[in-house]
Design a protein around this ligand. Structure first.
Ligand code: SAH
Length: 251
């Protein structure tokens, strides 16, 4: 999969893309990400990308032509039309499902807004606006990074163990179960209950561990995000555990 990101702060995006599983996937060529400087698509000597809003008011607006030229250049280079995403607080809320859908496109182009946003006419070339949450940031770069990260995790080979993507929070409509690693006792404070690793995880009884994890996932989802359970796909054992949990709560 190819992702192009158009921004006035390419270094900010490039640096962040070097870390972790996404960085390694790009290095290996599993994922092809190209970051482009919007200023390269200006034609004036001062490489101006913004201007004052028509009708007055505070702030600046990203001019349409450099963005149009950037889209054209990416399209020409690739010989095919990318799925064009505009980062925007007014867009489709990004979810795991939206990320998975985007990961199915062979080529995505992400536009990063700045200032008061982009000239409205740019939307004529945009397939989808995506928001990463109900808050306003000063630019689309962090949103583009979030989108890239979420999408990349669905590309086979990006996350080492495919199982871990399937088990992640939201993948099945459930929050993930709690994780523990060594040591079993932190700083020798065996007396503190909160610092103990649950006995079952040390037991080596895999059937019990599986059931405990299912129960923890369900209990957490029920306590923190009960609305997720409406869309969750639960197996028989999970449905039974959920009934128990709900009954316990009613007591
Ligand atoms: N005035 C605009 C916000 C501009 S914020 C409005 O109210 O709709 C500047 C840029 O930051 C936006 O163009 C967008 O690219 C990015 N941005 C800000 N908040 C965002 C969010 N929640 N999700 C995605 N992009 C966001």
């Amino acid at each position: 999969m190819r992702i192009d990101i158009v921004t006035i702060f390419p270094a900010m995006v490039e640096n962040a893309l070097r870390a972790g599983v996404v960085g390694r996937a790009i290095e290996r060529g599993t994922l092809d990400v190209a970051v482009r400087d919007l200023r390269e698509f200006t034609t004036d000597r001062h490489r101006v990308v913004d201007d004052v809003p028509y009708g007055g008011g505070p702030g600046m607006v990203l001019k349409p032509e450099p963005l149009f030229r950037a889209i054209d250049a990416v399209e020409r280079e690739r010989g095919s039309r990318p799925y064009v995403v505009l980062t925007s607080p007014q867009g489709t809320p990004l979810t795991q499902a939206v990320g998975e859908r985007l990961s199915q496109a062979p080529h995505v182009l992400v536009l990063c807004g700045r200032y008061e946003g982009v000239d409205e006419r740019v939307r004529s070339r945009v397939d989808e606006e995506i928001s990463i949450g109900d808050y306003v940031m000063s630019g689309g770069e962090l949103a583009a990074l979030v989108i890239t990260d979420v999408v990349a995790r669905f590309i086979p080979g990006v996350v080492g163990d495919d199982q871990s993507v399937a088990a992640d929070s939201f993948s099945r409509g459930l929050l993930d179960f709690p994780q523990y690693t060594r040591p079993a006792e932190v700083d020798g404070r065996a007396a503190d209950e909160r610092l103990k690793v649950p006995e079952v995880l040390l037991s080596g009884n895999h059937a019990e561990i599986r059931r405990w994890r299912k129960r923890e996932s369900l209990a957490r989802t029920l306590a923190r995000r009960p609305e997720l359970l409406n869309g969750a796909s639960l197996d028989d054992e999970e449905q039974e555990i959920l009934r128990e949990l709900v009954a316990e709560r009613a007591r």
